[in-house]
Design a protein around this ligand. Structure first.
Ligand SMILES: NC(=O)c1ccc[n+]([C@@H]2O[C@H](COP(=O)([O-])OP(=O)(O)OC[C@H]3O[C@@H](n4cnc5c(N)ncnc54)[C@H](OP(=O)(O)O)[C@@H]3O)[C@@H](O)[C@H]2O)c1
Length: 338
């Protein structure tokens, strides 16, 4: 079958379209004919070999996908699933890890996945939209709603709001009734953030971005008020301590990653003085993915798709992610959505 592969870590030049072996189905597996897959911030990190995770080589990128069931492994109890059903599987497999990280990805014609990971795509959701949802939106959903419990009327600061997780955070915060302060860079991306519904935009490349947040939400002062109720920070590095300075007393800082540094300098004075709460969030559960698919089916929000590329142009999507030219998600169409 056709797949995009790399045989060693490096730049997008390592990506090639090749004929590879069909997946070997095991007991309990389904075979999925992939129609669309999508890229995430971790794809360039995996390609570069900067994550510390052991990469199976040759590696196929991409963890999210949508498609149709094309078969089942030997002696598999398929339950009520049938060949031809449209599915968007949860990509994390116990004992193997995340698709596109420690198990080969979905930028190919067919993948194997345990039947227990299968999730139905509602009729009203296209394969392209379904393929955007698991990793970026699933992570945003769990962090914002399940772990962060964002409520109507709260002010939420979202750092790095232009990416896959970030645009999802903006949309979910708005649908929860929050006021959103979104940061990012590049005129066009900032304009798209405004159109997506962000109430205030801050250029993260401005030296005084913290002062800009203070001008919008007030500077936190004991007993006086000021500051945002919730701050989302998966950027890390120097932005970590800067973000603490934006958070109100008893505010929540939510994190699911560390794009530019996982052991940043912090400032513990803010944490104790303002009794701030730091809340971690990792991945998402299958029921959260089902809720997201239902939300899209009911018109709750439309996933943000920056561009749809054929499999042969995946390298272009990878380079765009590296160059920070992507707003939302890059989708790779493997076989046409019918
Ligand atoms: N724990 C989990 O389960 C989980 C799951 C998914 C993702 N994550 C993590 O969540 C983060 C976002 O993932 P993603 O897929 O949304 O990535 P992405 O699409 O590549 O988005 C990256 C965002 O980060 C910003 N950014 C990149 N480099 C930056 C820098 N040097 N300084 C400030 N901002 C910077 C970009 O903003 P501009 O380019 O506009 O400035 C963009 O908004 C990553 O750290 C990822 O590892 C964690």
């Amino acid at each position: 079958m056709k797949a995009v592969v790399y045989h060693q870590h490096g730049s997008p030049d390592e990506l090639r379209v090749e004929d590879v072996q069909e997946p070997e189905l095991r007991e309990g597996d389904a075979l999925i004919e992939v129609s669309a897959t999508s890229m995430n911030g971790f794809d360039p990190m995996m390609l570069a070999g900067s994550t510390g995770l052991k990469t199976p080589m040759p590696m196929i990128p991409c963890g999210d996908y949508a498609g149709r069931i094309a078969g089942f492994g030997p002696n598999t109890d398929a339950g009520s699933w049938e060949i031809g059903d449209r599915v968007c599987p949860h990509p994390f497999v116990f004992g193997e890890g995340m698709t596109g990280e420690t198990r080969t990805g979905a930028a190919c014609e067919r993948v194997r996945i345990p039947v227990q990971n299968l999730i139905k795509i509602p009729d009203a959701v296209s394969d392209v939209h379904a393929a955007t949802l698991p990793i970026a939106y699933g992570t945003a959903y769990r962090m914002m709603l399940t772990r962060g419990e964002i409520k109507t009327g709260e002010t939420v600061l979202i750092l790095g709001a232009t990416g896959g997780v970030g645009t999802g955070c903006v949309q979910l915060a708005k649908s929860a009734g929050a006021t959103v302060i979104a940061t990012g860079s590049g005129e066009e991306k900032l304009d798209r953030l405004r159109k997506l519904g962000a109430d205030h935009i801050v250029d993260s490349r401005a030296e005084d971005w913290v002062a800009q947040v203070h001008a919008i939400a007030g500077k936190p002062r004991m007993g006086v008020g000021g500051g945002v109720d919730v701050a989302i920070n998966y950027i890390g590095g120097e932005t970590w301590a800067q973000t603490l300075r934006c958070l109100r007393a008893d505010g929540r800082m939510l994190t699911c990653g560390a794009t530019i540094g996982f052991n940043p300098p912090t400032d513990i004075r803010y944490i104790w003085t303002y009794e701030q709460r730091i809340i971690g969030s990792n991945g998402w559960m299958p029921n959260e993915q089902v809720e997201l698919l239902d939300l899209v089916a009911k018109g709750g929000f439309e996933p943000v798709v920056d561009r749809v590329l054929p499999l042969e142009a995946l390298r272009e999507g990878m380079q765009a992610l590296i160059d920070r030219e992507v707003f939302g998600k890059v989708v790779i169409e493997v076989q046409r959505d019918s």
